[in-house]
Design a protein around this ligand. Structure first.
Ligand code: MBD
Ligand code: FE
Length: 302
């Protein structure tokens, strides 16, 4: 897919998000449909590098189906349970919740495998709410926010170096986050497109300074099929508050990661199992109601 196609689909996506009824609270269908549309239009993360080798397909499909058969035999799964599962799988597709479901419950294992070969700052999952082509900013930068954006101001700064400690000039932090209610722009009604998203270029020493707000924990929508499974199983639907980042630089391997907040809820029970101890920020209160934190990133050279 070309950049132009992407931009066209992206603007269609923004419009469909913006066209949603202005006074309702976000529904599973809002975020599910938007996440599915976004996944299809983001060629960087979909469709490329698909396994076509039939031996590999045979191995993986056999192993996956074998695991399912094993569960059925081990747990004496009945016909009513099989038909209920079939209906639930259909509902996940109809609601556009496959990106949400897979990123919440499966991506952490894929990331664990990928991270075996990556040095430097720990990565974690991308999740379903990344949008490419956001506003380009230069450090010191303030993320786009509504005039009345709620939430504790957060000053986030640091430096990007390579694995030898050499500063990486003009490195780029592509950052996105939920607002003070836990909602992402592009995936909930009433939030301007591009809100709390930005692509920030560091200075010539890899130093950055980003002003934003403290995000709230994220709740998997409870009114869709993913939420129904979570409630049906008696689990909780929460992710701890987090900032998402893609940290990149010419000649370096991109790190996909998230940063969490010390003392926050759900740090030890993330429904998406995507926290790591190395990725927890501990901001200090500066007195004027602002919080401040430093976090340095380490990129591996290509
Ligand atoms: C999120 O905000 C998120 O980061 C992930 C991984 C899954 C669902 C929602
Ligand atoms: Fe998230």
């Amino acid at each position: 897919m070309t950049t132009t196609d992407n931009a066209v689909e992206q603007s269609a996506l923004d419009q469909s998000a913006a066209a949603t009824s202005p006074t309702t609270s976000p529904t599973a269908a809002d975020s599910g449909a938007s996440a599915s549309a976004s996944f299809r239009s983001t060629s960087q993360y979909s469709g490329s590098g698909t396994a076509t080798d039939s031996a590999r397909v045979d191995t993986l499909a056999r192993a996956l189906l074998g695991a399912v058969h094993h569960v059925i035999r081990d747990h004496d799964v009945t016909y009513p349970e099989f038909q209920a599962a079939k209906k639930w799988l259909m509902d996940v597709g109809d609601g556009g919740e496959w990106p949400l479901f897979l990123d919440v419950f499966v991506e952490h294992a894929v990331e664990e495998v990928a991270s075996r070969t990556q040095a430097g700052t720990k990565g974690t999952i991308l999740g379903p709410y990344y949008l490419p082509e956001q506003v380009q900013l230069t450090s010191p930068a303030t993320l786009p926010a509504r005039p009345d954006e709620k939430g504790t101001p957060l000053l986030f700064r640091g430096q990007i170096t390579d694995t030898d400690g050499t500063p990486v000039p003009h490195a780029v932090l592509d950052i996105w986050q939920a607002d003070e209610k836990g909602y992402y722009s592009g995936f909930a009604p009433d939030i301007p497109s591009g809100n709390l998203r930005g692509v920030v270029t560091t200075d010539d020493k890899g130093v950055f300074e980003i002003t934003t707000i403290q995000p709230a924990p994220y709740q998997v929508p409870t009114d869709g099929p993913t939420g129904a499974l979570i409630a049906g199983a008696g689990w909780h639907p929460w992710r701890p508050a987090h900032l998402h980042l893609l940290v990149s630089a010419e000649g370096h391997r991109t790190v996909t990661t998230q940063l969490y907040f010390a003392g926050g809820d759900y740090l030890d029970s993330d429904v998406a199992e995507a926290t790591k101890p190395e990725l927890i920020l501990d901001p200090t209160d500066v007195g004027d109601g602002t919080r401040q934190v430093t976090y340095d990133f380490v990129l591996e050279r290509n």
